[in-house]
Design a protein around this ligand. Structure first.
Ligand code: HEC
Length: 139
């Protein structure tokens, strides 16, 4: 019984330490929801749908104009919107538009290129979701 109480006390202390510990920046980015985080999640879902359509040989429709909000959506940390972020987001949009306007033969290749430009930007800003984003790639 005494041991049990000690175990409980220790876990209580550990738990409260964890609560109070300052989270590293990356974790903070992952758990707070910003306009940009919401857009990112929408792009993730949208591209998962496109991946399935490509695999099924279905039409993918038109480029979702909402993706252009990457140029002005508010970030969790507004300082992340620097010159390199702007450059990577332009490249990403170009690649994504090519998925919708390019030839059917290069659809899979163009799609993977667009997903890789998600990953390229994430390597510089927010590495946490990279393993998840890689699941979008068509093998
Ligand atoms: C130009 C850089 C850039 C590009 C391109 C980019 N991301 Fe992000 N992504 C970020 C940043 C920065 C955040 C953190 C956003 C925030 O917290 O405000 C983020 C956050 C995320 C998140 C986590 C959202 C959350 O709930 O916290 C996911 C998932 C994600 N991106 C997926 C994607 C996918 C999928 C693509 C491509 C279709 C993509 N990203 C393209 C920079 C980028």
């Amino acid at each position: 019984m005494k041991q049990l109480i000690i175990v409980l006390l220790v876990s209580l202390v550990l738990f409260s330490c964890k609560e109070e510990r300052k989270q590293p920046k990356e974790e903070l980015i992952m758990y707070q929801s910003s306009e940009m985080a919401a857009l990112m999640n929408a792009m993730y879902e949208g591209n998962m749908t496109i991946k399935d359509k490509i695999l099924e040989g279905e039409r993918i429709g038109d480029f979702p104009e909402t993706y252009l909000n990457i140029h002005n959506a508010v970030l969790t940390d507004p300082a992340d919107r620097n010159a390199s972020f702007e450059a990577f987001s332009k490249l990403y949009i170009q690649n994504m538009q090519l998925v919708y306007s390019g030839s059917k033969d290069s659809l899979k290749q163009n799609f993977n290129q667009a997903v890789n430009s998600c990953i390229t930007c994430h390597k510089t800003t927010c590495t946490g979701p990279i393993p998840r984003i890689k699941k979008l790639l068509i093998k």
